[in-house]
Design a protein. Sequence first.
Length: 305
Amino acid sequence: MRLFEQSRHEALPYAGAANFVDACRSVVEDGRADERRLLLVASEEHLNEYREVADEPTDDMTFVATDVHGRNPARICALLESFGSGADGEGSLAITDWGAPGRSPDVDVETQVAETALNSLAARNAALNITCLYDADAVEFTTLAAMRALHPFLRGEEANADFDPDKGTTLLAAGLSDPPEIADIRDVGSADLSAARRVVRDFAEAGGLPAERVDDLVLAANEILTNSIRHGGGTGRMSLWESAVSLICQVADSGRMADPFAGRFAPPPGAGDGRGLWLANQLCDLVQVRSSAAGTVVRLFVDRL
C-alpha cells in the first residue's frame, strides 16, 4: 500500500466539449500510474462520451452524473469527502466537471464556495487528489478568472500566482440580497414550528412542486428553523417567495456560525450538531449560507423542474 503525504486540488481548463475525453484521459492516466482509486463526476452526456471513446478499461472507475446530483454544489463536496474517506488507506483521485453553462449566478457563486471548501477537504485528506475540469469555451471569462483564484494548482503550470486563499472568505462576506417585497415574512419560535411547517407546505403545493419535493422543502425548512430557534436567539425569521425556476425559503436569525463550510460535509458520527444543514443540502437544489456578526441567513431553493 502506498503512502500519500500531500493532497492536491487543481483545475484543468479544456477547450470545447470535443476535448473533454482527452482532458479526462490525461488525468486518469496519471491517477492509474499513481495507483489511485478513480471517481469521475460529470454530466450523463460527458460520462457516456468517456465510456464510449476511452481506450482504457473503465470498470475500475466510479461514475456519478451531475444532472440532478450536481445542481447543488455542496452535494459534490459531500460526495468527494465520502469517496476520499472510503479509501481505507488507498490514494483516491476525483475528477469533477464544473463548467456547465447556463447556470444561475446563485449557483455559480455557490460553486466557488464549494471549491473553497474542497481546499479545506484536500488539506485534511492527504490521500485525496481533486482535479476540477472547466470547459473554457462554454463558461464566462469571470468563471475562468475565479477558477484560477480558487485552485492552489493549475494543471500544466508550475505555479499559480492567481491563487487567492482568502477568496472564500470574500465570497461569504458579500452577503445575500434582501427578500423581495412580495415575500411572505413571519417570525417563528418554538411554539410556532408546527404552524410554520403547514405554511411551507401550503406555499410549496401552491407553487406547483411535486409531492415528494413538497416534502423535501418542508423537512429542510423545519431543520433550519429548528437550528435558528436553538442557536440563533430563540426565533427565526422565515421568508417565502418564488423565482421563475425555484421556490425559496429563507431563515434568518441573530446567531453566528463558527464553521463557514457547515453543511457541506457530513457531520462525524455522534456529532450533536450540524446534521440539519447537511440534510438541507441533500434535500434542496441549492442552499446559501451567510453568517457574520450581524447574524446568519440560510436560503433554500427547490426547483420546479
